[in-house]
Design a protein around this ligand. Structure first.
Ligand code: NOJ
Length: 538
C-alpha cells in the first residue's frame, strides 16, 4: 500500500494557521510548532496551500516565483526544516503547485508584456481584438471562473491576454513547449527539496480549444438567478479540453523520476470525466480529487447514489487499480460545520470509514464555523469580482484564523489577524476542547486513531448493505472487510430515531460496538439509533 493511500491528509491554509512573528499572518514556523498537534489528530500528511512569493491577489494562487518562499511565511531554511521535521516523524508533505497561470508580476509576464516579439511573449496566450472592433473588444465571449471577461486588454501592445481567474493571473500557454520545460524544472526544484507530493491546481484547465470559438450558455441558465459564471457557461473550450491529459502526463513523468512521489489533481468534474484523470494506464494523477461531498448537500437521498456510483467506477477497467479519495471541505467552499450543523460527528464517521484517502481541512476537527467578514473588509477576489461578497462566494469565511485558545485573537497571533477571528472561538478552540473528553476534537481523534490502526478500515473492501424500503433515505449501512475482519458502519441521516434489528439487518448474531457518535451504554441486537447518529460494529 502506498503512503498516499493509507494517509489521512490535513489541509493547511498557511496564512491562517499559526502566526509566530506577530504580524497577523500565519507562517512556516507556526506550522512546525504545531506538528505535535497535527500528529495528535492522527493525520500523517499535510497538504499546504501555496507558500510561494506572490502579490496575494488570489492569496498565493498568483505565483511570482515558483522556486521561492513568500517572506511573510518564512525562508527556504524554514521550509527545509519543516520537511525534515515532518520526515523524522514519518509525515508527508504535499505542496500546492499552480501550473495554469502565474502572477502578472512573474518575471515571464513582465518580459512578455514588453513587446510582441519578446522571447517570453509566447509563454502566455495573447490574441488580437475582435476584427474591426473600435474601441477594442475581446476576441471571443469567454468568461472567467470569477465572472467577467476572461480577456484583459494590454494597451501598450494592443492585444488581449487570457485569464480565467483575476486579471493579475495570466494563463500560461502549453502550446509553447518551452513553458513545459520550465514548469518541469520548477516541479523538480520541490521534489529535490524532498516534498512528497504536489497538488496541481485547476488541472482540467491547462489546455484551451485552439479554435478559440465562442463559449455557449447553459440551457437552463436563468439570467435573474445570480452571478456565478460556472452556472452560466458550458466552458467547453476551456475545461477538460481534448489534449489536457497529455499535459498532465508530462507532469506525472517528472514525479515518476523520483521514488514514491504523488500528484493530486484539483478536479471538479462528473465521475465519467473525473475518472479519466487517473489515466488509462494509471499514468496521470494518483489522486484526482473527488468533490462529491464538497459539492452536494449532506442528504442521504442525494449522496448515497453518488457514493455507490463512484465506487462502481473502480470495479471497471481501466480503473481497477485506482484508489478513491474523499473530502468534505477545502479553502474554496463554506465550512463543513456550517453546512452540516446537526450531523458533524456523523459526517466524520463516514469520512473516516469510507474506502479511500480522507482529506480534512484545518479547524474542521473543532467544528470551526464560517467567519463573519464585515463588508468593506472582504479580501477574497472571488467575492468582490462575482459581486457576491455576502454568502456564497466569499471564501474568506472558510479561511479565518485557526482557533487555538480563548485568548485574544484565538491564540493565532499577538496582532490583529489578516482576517477576523470567527465569532464562536471562545467555545470552539483547541485548548478548551482538549480538556473535554466528550468534545468533537477528542471524538475526531478517537475516530482517526481507529482508522489508522484498523486495516479493514484503511484498506478493506467496501460493500453496501440493503436496508428496509421505508428507511431507504434515512439509513445508510456499509461494511469494510479485510482478510481478518468485517466492520459494519450504520449511519442514521434522518431527523427521527430508528429501531433496528441488527440480526435481521446484518444477518449476524454477535456484534461488538467499536465506536459511536454518542454514548451508548446499553447495546443489544435490537437497538435504538437516535436521529443524526452513527455506530461502527464489528
Ligand atoms: C483553485 C484554488 O483552489 C483556488 O483557491 C484558486 O482561486 C483557483 N484555483 C485559481 O488558482
Amino acid at each position: 500500500m502506498e503512503w498516499w493511500q493509507k494517509a489521512i491528509i490535513y489541509q493547511i491554509y498557511p496564512r491562517s494557521f499559526n502566526d509566530t512573528t506577530g504580524n497577523g499572518i500565519g507562517d512556516l514556523q507556526g506550522i512546525i510548532s504545531k506538528l505535535d498537534y497535527i500528529q495528535s489528530l492522527n493525520c500523517d500528511a499535510i497538504w499546504l496551500c501555496p507558500i510561494y512569493p506572490s502579490p496575494q491577489k488570489d492569496f498565493g494562487y498568483d505565483v511570482s516565483d515558483y522556486q521561492g518562499i513568500n517572506p511573510e511565511y518564512g525562508t527556504m531554511d524554514d521550509f527545509d526544516q519543516l520537511i525534515k521535521m515532518m520526515h523524522s516523524r514519518d509525515m508527508k508533505l504535499i505542496m500546492d503547485f499552480v501550473p495554469n497561470h502565474t502572477s502578472d508580476q512573474h518575471p515571464w509576464f513582465l518580459e512578455a508584456s514588453k513587446s510582441k516579439d519578446n522571447p517570453y511573449r509566447d509563454y502566455y496566450i495573447w490574441k488580437d481584438p475582435k476584427p474591426g472592433s473600435s474601441p477594442p473588444e475581446p476576441p471571443n465571449n469567454w468568461e472567467g471562473q470569477f465572472g467577467g471577461p476572461a480577456w484583459s486588454y494590454h494597451e501598450a501592445t494592443g492585444q488581449y491576454y487570457l485569464h480565467q481567474f483575476v486579471r493579475e493571473q495570466p494563463e500560461l500557454n502549453y502550446e509553447n513547449p518551452q513553458v513545459m520545460v520550465e514548469m518541469k524544472e520548477n516541479m523538480r526544484f520541490w521534489f529535490d527539496h524532498d516534498v512528497d507530493g504536489l497538488r496541481l491546481d485547476t488541472a482540467p484547465l491547462y489546455k484551451k480549444d485552439q479554435s478559440y470559438q465562442d463559449d455557449t450558455i447553459r440551457e437552463n441558465w436563468d439570467e435573474n438567478a445570480g452571478k456565478p459564471a460556472w452556472k452560466k457557461w458550458h466552458f467547453k473550450p476551456l475545461i477538460d479540453v481534448n489534449g489536457v491529459h497529455d499535459i498532465i502526463a508530462e507532469f506525472r513523468s517528472v514525479a515518476d523520476e523520483y521514488p514514491k512521489k504523488m500528484l493530486m489533481g484539483e478536479i471538479y468534474l462528473e465521475f465519467e470525466r473525473l475518472m479519466t484523470y487517473y489515466g488509462e494506464h494509471g499514468d496521470l494523477f494518483q489522486f484526482p480529487t473527488n468533490m462529491t461531498l464538497v459539492n452536494e448537500p449532506f442528504d442521504l437521498e442525494v449522496i448515497k447514489p453518488l457514493i455507490i456510483e463512484y465506487y462502481q467506477w473502480f470495479s471497471k477497467e481501466p480503473y481497477t487499480a485506482a484508489w478513491p479519495n474523499w473530502q468534505f471541505s477545502n479553502h474554496d467552499r463554506l465550512r463543513m460545520a456550517s453546512r452540516i450543523p446537526h450531523n458533524l460527528r456523523l459526517a466524520f464517521l463516514m469520512l473516516f470509514t469510507l474506502k479511500g484517502t480522507p482529506i480534512t481541512y484545518y479547524g474542521d476537527e473543532i467544528g470551526m464555523l464560517n467567519g463573519d467578514i464585515p463588508s468593506g473588509q472582504v479580501k477574497d477576489p472571488f467575492a468582490t469580482l462575482s459581486g457576491d461578497a455576502g454568502i456564497i462566494h466569499n471564501r474568506d469565511r472558510c479561511r479565518t484564523p485557526m482557533q487555538w485558545t480563548d485568548d485574544d485573537y484565538a491564540g493565532f497571533s499577538t496582532a490583529n489577524p489578516w482576517l477576523p477571528i470567527s465569532p464562536k472561538y471562545q467555545e470552539q478552540n483547541v485548548k478548551l476542547m482538549e480538556s473535554d473528553s466528550t468534545s468533537l476534537l477528542n471524538y475526531f481523534r478517537e475516530l482517526t486513531k481507529l482508522r489508522q490502526t484498523t486495516p479493514a478500515l484503511y484498506l478493506g473492501e467496501i460493500a453496501f448493505v440493503p436496508v428496509p424500503a421505508d428507511n431507504i433515505n434515512q439509513l445508510f449501512i456499509y461494511s469494510r472487510t479485510d482478510d481478518r475482519s468485517t466492520y459494519f458502519i450504520l449511519l442514521n441521516f434522518g431527523n427521527s430515531p430508528l429501531e433496528l434489528d441488527l440480526q435481521a439487518l446484518l444477518g449476524l448474531n454477535n456484534f461488538k460496538l467499536i465506536l459511536s457518535t454518542i454514548e451508548m451504554p446499553t447495546f443489544t441486537k435490537e437497538f435504538h439509533l437516535p436521529a443524526h447518529q452513527g455506530i461502527i460494529l464489528k
